[in-house]
Design a protein around this ligand. Sequence first.
Ligand SMILES: *[C@@H]1O[C@H](CO)[C@@H](O)[C@H](O)[C@H]1NC(C)=O
Length: 491
Amino acid sequence: MAETTKKNGHIVMVPLMAQGHIIPLLALARKILQSTTIFTITIATTPLNIQHLRSALSSSPYQIRLSELPYNSTQHGLPPNTETTENLTPTQIIKLFRSTHALEAPLRSLISQIAEEEGHLPLCTISDSLLGWVNNVAKSLGIRNICLSSSGAYGTLAYFSIWANLPHRKTHSDEFWVPGFPPNHRFHRTQLHGFLREADGNDDWSQCFLPQIALSMKSDGWVCNTVEELEPLGLQLLRDYLQLPVWAVGPILPSSALEGSKHRTGKESGVTLEACMEWMDLKNENSVVYVSFGSQNTISASQMMALAEGLEKSGRSFIWVVRPPVGFDIDGEFKEEWLPKGFEERMRDSKKGLLVRKWAPQLEILSHKSTGVFLSHCGWNSVLESLSNGVPLIGWPLAAEQTYNVKMLVEEMGVAVELTRTVESTICGEEVKKVIEIVMEKEGKGKKMKEKAKEIASHMRKAITEKREEKGSSVRAMDDLVRTILSPNSL
Ligand SMILES: *[C@@H]1O[C@H](CO)[C@@H](O)[C@H](O)[C@H]1NC(C)=O
């Protein structure tokens, strides 16, 4: 098919070197190629990331080209073979961010090479919103750059505006207003990540982020992995703030984007899909609490104890994806000593709880009728996977823009309750139990949250309807994005 279709132009995509950013960008590439075959897409990144992408794409029906940008981490004061943020210290993460500038010249050469081979420049670049310098490269070559934010619109705006304006530094109050949000909207100091709370514009994080954010805000448009009907307020605010087109083309569910590849996330699952589904099949509808903090985050040792106590006290069935607590290798082996004495055994014997090590088939669990609620760090991908299956959430945000996601889920959407924030908080089993009870209630608040989550799931399904007479909002947004990319460059 692809060979016989006339290609109308080339798109060069540049991901941030972090697993949580590469996968969504790949998912977007696939989504674009699903909607039209007129583009050639090249993903350009560092050698090891290309290797990972190659294996993820090995069984892909889409033709995505991969292009290696030379990079050697030791030349940037990083350990050998360091090409993603995983397992790095904060200082190393800053070094890695800075080192991305070394990709600027190779990217320029790649674009020139494509221009030479094809007789014209690529149509545009699509870059991660934290790689503002790609916008510079594109502009200097006379092509457009579009930013991808793999977060929702509300979370993206909060994250970028707080970094760009540091509003918490301008008040002594714990609550403050964030530019871009309505005047009565308040954020709280405890919703800021430690680095951000301390940032003053001159610290290493600010120096690293602020110029990139400023450049990305001058690109030609933004793509958000979200749905128009999911966060109308967030999208309106983001558009007003950026004064740019923002295309809501989601939900792009990265784990389903990797379907067909042998190990979907490259990480081995701690449980087989069959065993997991078998366990769930024995449970009642909406009765299971699913607990996971994603592959990049974990909670503190004392929080882990409290969570286990709370789950046990609640008497509810649960699946918990366990990872070593803060201070230990998150991908390391999980030790029983991190849980109350005899906990795993009791849960196994009573069939109340299934502990899964490392990674579970999340999308299958969330789409199973037995799942009642998702206790989550509320990373955006998890939020999308939960809501697209009509599953309400218990929020426990840990990093990045997660606290803002939870704020929206609670205040704007009414589909979540926040249990606690960050790894620094102290919680007890009783609080965990109480929150689970609220959300699992068959009446009152729990019932309302479930209804809202189901309503949102139906909006999300409609958004991706391709039927001509009732094209969904995300399909129309993708059409418009394609049209914009194809329209003559106005630069
Ligand atoms: C990276 O650079 C170091 C030091 O400059 C060198 O020893 C090493 O061989 C390089 N690695 C690769 C893969 O080129």
